[in-house]
Design a protein around this ligand. Structure first.
Ligand code: PGA
Length: 241
């Protein structure tokens, strides 16, 4: 199982000290088969990379520019640049960036550039509350997948993170039976082997006991709770207990 920590726009150099506990945990037997991936803001990727030198915790970024080349794009970084400072993953299509205007076509270009740079992609999809109420969840997910992954043949480096927008940061999570159906639905969109599927949205040490029962889920994308080392470790421990 994969446990991806999405730190969003939080953290500074002092936060690095909070990683000691997680590093210790990652070297213990308690981690079982859990794989930890930290996605801090870009300002901390290099420092996290150094900090994780002697352990198996991996690092990702939270977005990238769609261009493979260096260029005059003030304020942006591309996937090559992220790779060069130690990132192996990148989160793309997060609803917080979709809200800022990223559409499926742009996300598709970003995914292609990330794959070219040999980054693994955590591709976020999910419906809003009003789309859910109008029973549009499946059509929204289909469009996000079809356009987002258009002309991408090799999907072995892609993880799909199902993150219902109404669940992010709200404490609300889907019912297990609904989530199971959606995981099944996402898998059915792929001929042959489906990408790994993660769930994200308000995952915490309490609700993990329910969420871990979902069949065919390969892990979790964790926002708020991942900034607290104890909570993050608890989520992993409880998944395997
Ligand atoms: P949350 O965020 O766990 O704080 O709901 C998840 C995410 O946005 O990836």
């Amino acid at each position: 199982m994969y446990f991806v920590a999405n730190w969003k726009m939080f953290g500074n150099l002092k936060s690095i000290n909070t990683l000691d506990k997680v590093i210790k945990f990652s070297k213990s037997k308690e981690i079982k088969k859990g794989r930890l991936i930290y996605c801090p803001p870009n300002t901390l990727i290099g420092s996290f990379y150094k900090k994780f030198q002697n352990c198996l915790i991996d690092i990702g970024a939270q977005n990238c520019h769609e261009s493979d080349h260096y260029g005059s794009h003030t304020g942006f970084v591309n996937s090559k640049m992220l790779k060069s400072v130690g990132a192996n993953y990148v989160i793309l299509g997060h609803s917080e960036n979709r809200k800022k205007g990223e559409n499926d076509k742009l996300i598709n270009l970003k995914i292609k550039s990330a794959i070219n740079a040999k980054l693994k992609v955590i591709f976020c999809i999910g419906e809003t509350l009003s789309e859910k109420k109008k029973s549009k969840t499946k059509s929204i997910l289909s469009k996000q997948i079809n356009v987002g992954l258009n002309k991408i043949k090799k999907k072995s480096n892609i993880f799909i993170a199902y993150e219902p927008v109404w669940s992010i940061g709200t404490g609300k999570i889907p019912k297990n039976k609904d989530l199971e159906k959606i995981v099944q639905f996402i898998k059915s969109k792929f001929k042959g082997k489906s990408p790994k599927i993660l769930y994200g949205g308000s995952v915490n040490p309490q609700n993990i006991n329910d969420l871990k029962k979902i069949n065919n889920l390969d892990g979790f994308l964790i926002g708020g709770a991942s900034q607290n080392a104890k909570k993050f470790i608890d989520i992993v421990k409880k998944t395997y207990s």
